[in-house]
Every structure is written in structure tokens, then in C-alpha cells.
Design a protein around this ligand. Structure first.
Ligand SMILES: Nc1ncnc2c1ncn2[C@@H]1O[C@H](COP(=O)(O)OP(=O)(O)O)[C@@H](O)[C@H]1O
Ligand SMILES: [Mg+2]
Length: 236
């Protein structure tokens, strides 16, 4: 349903993506792994309209996303959980959630309210803290909030950029279990994850990126047992 072909992105003179090909089928969890600086974040940003594409094509449900502004891409049902969470620290938990649905709040206030209740069921901790300033939440709670905020628009497709970054093992498990749960709910997911072993364990397929290119791709179970992946990314 999402297809990226020969994608090139530059930052000034620096080439961040150099001919990336990738696709994600409906209902899949696809993991994207690779070292810092490999181009993972840039690829997600290109998909959701946050960086300019130099060359190549991105199509979603048969339509090109190239040149479309981020809010239009979000309206098509693609939601982005950015690296570093980027919640609004001086706003409350509930205000942050409502910002995730800002394109719908006037048209469908009831639906937005229902979605918020679903997110409070998913993460009761957020409900307890609904009137608390988001900046005062723990890292794990902020990641729950970032995820729930992205889900407020009830997207079909979710791109997640290192959701486990900086979290304790308990929260890493909670967040990754939630990602698996989202697939059960029918979401399609592209997951960037620094903990390669965990990413491969919960995904169907994976891409390994290096220096702005796809270095390897395959079935996640196969990659988990690939000697080169083990040596380079699973840190035996
Ligand atoms: N805003 C930016 N301006 C200039 N260079 C950037 C910017 N963002 C990322 N880069 C560079 O692009 C490359 C890819 O970065 P990034 O996509 O963030 O990689 P990853 O997410 O895999 O760590 C890196 O060399 C990085 O330094
Ligand atoms: Mg990154």
C-alpha cells in the first residue's frame, strides 16, 4: 500500500538518502534498522512530508505523496510519531491528545472524544494525568502520549521513529507490546527501532539501512538469524 522507489533526499550538499526502495503491505509491521546517521529518520520524514524529496517516488494507495504538505498526508491516514517524542510540554496531556486530532475536531467532535476515551483505555496512566502538564510526565509516559496523540486521527498507517529511545526495559516492553497490539487493531506499521533484536522479533519484514541506502532486506525471522545482522546489529 506504501511504496518508495529510488528515493533521494539531500540536506544541502549532503546526501542523506541515495536511492532507497521500500514497500509496506497492508497489515504488516515492517522494521527499519541501522546505525545512527543511516537515514532512517529522513526516510520517515520524506514519507510524511517533512523533508523535501530530490528524486524518486513515494506512493500511497496508488497516489503520489511527493510535494504534498504534511497535513494533507496526515489526512490520508498516515500518522508519524517523531523521534524524541516532541510533545508540547507546557500543555496538558489532554490538550496534546486533542492536537493529534486538530484536523477533525470541528467536523467530528464526538468521534474525537470517543478516540480519546479509547486512548485512555489503552494507557490508563494518561487518563489519571489528563490535566497534568505533559512536560512533567516521565519519559515512558511521554512516549505513551506521543503514540496516543498520533492515534487520535485514527490513522490506517503509522510510522514510529525509535519509540523505545531512552526508556527503561519495562517501558520498552510496554511500548513494543502496544505496537504489536496496534497491528491486531488493523494498523499498518513502519517501525524504526534502535533495539534491532526487539524490532525483528515483532515485525514481519525488515530493511537494514546504511549510509542512505538499503543494505539488506528480508523476512524478520531470517534476518534475526543472519550472521552479518547478528554481528553488526545484534551485538553478540
Ligand atoms: N536537518 C539536517 N540537516 C543536515 N543534515 C542532516 C539533518 N538531519 C539529518 N542529517 C544528516 O542526514 C543523515 C541521515 O540522518 P538521519 O535520517 O537522522 O539518520 P538516522 O535516523 O538513521 O540516525 C546523517 O548524516 C545526518 O547527519
Ligand atoms: Mg533517527
Amino acid at each position: 500500500m506504501l511504496s518508495v522507489n529510488n528515493l533521494h533526499v539531500n540536506y544541502g550538499m549532503a546526501q542523506a538518502l541515495r536511492g532507497v526502495d521500500l514497500h509496506v503491505n497492508e497489515g504488516e509491521i515492517v522494521a527499519l534498522i541501522g546505525r545512527n546517521g543511516a537515514g532512517k529518520t529522513t526516510l520517515l520524514k520524506a514519507i510524511t512530508g517533512l523533508v523535501k524529496v530530490k528524486e524518486g517516488e513515494i506512493t500511497y494507495l496508488g497516489q503520489s505523496l511527493i510535494g504534498q504538505p504534511a497535513h494533507e498526508i496526515m489526512k490520508k491516514g498516515i500518522s508519524h510519531v517523531p523521534q524524541g517524542r516532541q510533545i508540547f510540554g507546557d500543555q496538558t496531556v489532554e490538550e496534546n491528545l486533542l492536537l493529534g486530532a486538530y484536523t477533525q475536531i470541528k467536523k467530528n467532535p464526538k468521534q474525537v472524544q470517543q478516540q480519546m476515551e479509547r486512548e485512555y483505555e489503552r494507557f490508563p496512566r494518561l487518563k489519571e494525568r489528563r490535566n497534568q502538564q505533559a512536560g512533567t510526565l516521565s519519559g515512558g509516559e511521554q512516549q505513551m502520549l506521543a503514540l496516543s496523540r498520533a492515534l487520535m486521527s485514527n490513522p490506517q498507517y503509522l510510522v514510529l521513529d525509535e519509540p523505545s529511545m531512552g526508556l527503561s526495559p519495562l517501558y520498552v516492553k510496554l511500548i513494543l507490546d502496544t505496537v504489536s497490539q496496534l497491528r491486531q487493531e488493523g494498523k499498518t506499521i513502519l517501525l524504526v527501532e534502535q533495539i534491532a533484536g526487539a524490532a525483528l522479533s515483532i515485525s514481519d519484514r525488515a530493511y537494514v539501512m546504511s549510509s542512505g541506502q538499503v543494505e539488506m532486506t528480508g523476512n524478520s525471522q531470517d534476518l534475526l538469524h543472519d550472521e552479518r545482522v547478528i554481528r553488526t546489529y545484534l551485538g553478540a
